[in-house]
Design a protein around this ligand. Structure first.
Ligand code: MSP
Length: 509
């Protein structure tokens, strides 16, 4: 069977705390990419969801005096609300507590046990609960602190099932070599290659002391390690357990599990995530897929972190920014724009409201907003909104084609900031053209030149608007309402991005 869908995923969000702008970043990127690919005619399937099991969730729920189920239901809903607020258009939302995931994971685990890629043993190590991960002593900070959460790790010894990761080291290295596009950006892939070259050890994939998890079917004293099962979501969401269960006696319980057909979707085209979970997705997950004899995702892309004063934005550091507050004050599109214009996707960036406001004023109020206002006002004033299509030799037609090519080349490489930069170069060019051509003077001296002049400029702005749509879906609908399509009459409207007062821009940090 051939693959029909263009499959884009985000990681599953831990429901250990409420969502913040750092979380929003991965999902917004997936939304922008999905919208862009849909625009290019792809049949996109965009998956996101929540990671809901594990000792950490158990502890948090107990501390709040609620059941883990109540807790995860509550936080999963907060994520859904945030995606709605951020105008994220996903196709499927998987929760690891859903039967379609749990049942499929159980079956996959048994299959790997049968195959010998999972086996039983003992594990002893230093565990960080917030990470749900064991750490090597050499990687800890002073005072036995986890380097991620800066919290003490605790010694744990337990009977556990292991996944034979060590078996797949050579195959992974060969795969990386043959598929240079698999790990992006390049500057992060070398670290992964080096890590694998040093030799992989088998990893513990079950817990005997954690009740809040998926039980091992053939050994119910164990629950499956949260990372191991969570990674499987990319496949269970599109029916992996379903396929395997076709000849299984449990078949009936999978009838409602999924409406998707695995082979239409797999392999994923893009797994997007932050850099701290790149290893899980470039080493463990591909090795699991190899063990399952399934093809590997086409690309695993790691973006950088949003920091505040240099510290990773996170709930535990208490330095997080709630997107709802930004949206309530400025609207959702300026935030979507800022996050992807300010910093190259793949690098870290420091978030500050001052930087946000500055960009709002310069790029949105000044450059784009003014251009739209001036063009629509003048088109209505001088041409009664009747703007013809430009001639093919109009210089702006050529510039627009060049811009679109640049934009697409950058979008294909997930260089979102550069794609926007290319559009803004043309916006600036149009603003300069207005100054240079002075349509208000031409209206008096050479009015016959105005149709072609506005023809070129309106054409360029319509093309820019279409390319901006993945980033600013609401705003571009409003702009299109004014500009119309080819042959429509141009109209004027209220400014889309009223300039923010400078005092305010400087008042807050
Ligand atoms: N549950 C795991 C992923 C399992 S995937 C099978 C997890 N969850 S998370 O909630 O901690 O992170 C979800 C996403 O949010 C990741 O891509 C992560 O990098 C991103 N971000 C969380 N905080 C961030 C910043 N401060 N900045 C940018 N993105 C960060 O990891």
């Amino acid at each position: 069977m051939t693959k029909k869908k263009f499959y884009i995923t985000t990681p599953l969000y831990y429901v250990n705390a409420e969502p913040h702008i750092g979380h929003a970043y991965t999902t917004l990127a997936a939304d922008i990419l999905s919208r862009y690919k849909r625009m290019k005619g792809q049949d996109v399937h965009f998956l996101t969801g929540t990671d809901e099991h594990g000792a950490n969730i158990e502890k948090i729920a107990a501390a709040k005096g609620v059941t883990p189920k109540q807790w995860v239901d509550d936080i999963a809903e907060k994520f859904r609300v945030m995606w709605t607020d951020l105008n994220v258009r996903y196709d499927d939302f998987i929760r690891t507590t859903q039967p379609r995931h749990e049942e499929a994971v159980k079956i996959v685990f048994e299959k790997l046990l049968e195959k010998g890629d999972i086996y039983k043993g003992h594990y002893e190590g230093l565990y960080c609960y917030p990470c749900e991960n064991y750490w090597e002593e050499k990687d800890l900070l002073e005072g036995n602190l986890c380097p991620m959460h800066k919290k003490p790790v605790v010694p744990l010894k337990e009977e556990t099932y292991f996944f034979k990761l060590s078996k797949y080291g050579d195959a992974l290295l060969a795969y990386y070599k043959e598929h240079p596009e698999f790990m992006v950006p390049k500057h992060r892939s070398q670290e992964i290659i080096n890590f694998v070259k040093e030799g992989l050890t088998d990893i513990s994939v079950s817990r005997s002391k954690v009740a809040w998890g998926i039980t091992v079917k053939s050994d119910p004293a164990h629950t499956i390690y949260v990372w191991f099962e969570a990674l499987l979501n990319y496949a269970t969401a599109i029916g992996l357990g379903h396929e395997i269960s076709e000849h299984d006696e449990q078949k009936s319980s999978f009838k409602t599990m999924t409406h998707h057909k695995f082979t239409d979707y797999w392999p994923a085209d893009y797994h997007l995530m932050g850099k701290e979970i790149y290893r899980f997705h470039t080493i463990i997950w591909p090795a699991m897929l190899m063990a399952l004899e399934l093809p590997l995702p086409k690309q695993v892309f790691a973006h950088g972190w949003w920091t505040v004063n240099g510290q990773k934005m996170s709930k535990s550091c208490g330095n997080f920014i709630n997107p709802s507050e930004v949206i309530a004050e400025y609207g959702v599109d300026p935030l979507r724009y800022f996050l992807f214009r300010e910093v190259p996707f793949g690098s870290d960036g420091d978030f500050s409201m001052a930087a946000f406001r500055q960009r709002y004023n310069s790029d949105l109020a000044n450059d784009l907003g003014n251009l739209l206002n001036r063009l629509t006002n003048m088109a209505v004033k001088y041409l009664d909104g009747n703007v013809p299509e430009p001639l093919p030799e109009n210089a702006l037609v050529k510039k627009t084609s060049e811009t679109v090519l640049k934009y697409e080349a950058h979008m294909e490489k997930l260089e979102f900031d550069q794609a926007l930069c290319a559009l803004w170069a043309l916006i600036s060019e149009l603003n300069r053209a207005i100054e240079r051509e002075q349509p208000w003077a031409k209206a008096k001296t050479e009015p016959e030149k105005l149709p072609e002049l506005f023809g070129g400029m309106i054409y360029a702005l319509r093309e820019i608007t279409a390319r901006l749509a993945p980033f600013m879906p609401d705003t571009t609908v409003k702009i299109t309402d004014l500009l119309g399509k080819k042959g429509d009459r141009v109209q004027k409207g209220a400014p889309l991005f009223p300039r923010l007062l400078e005092e305010k821009a400087e008042a807050k940090p």
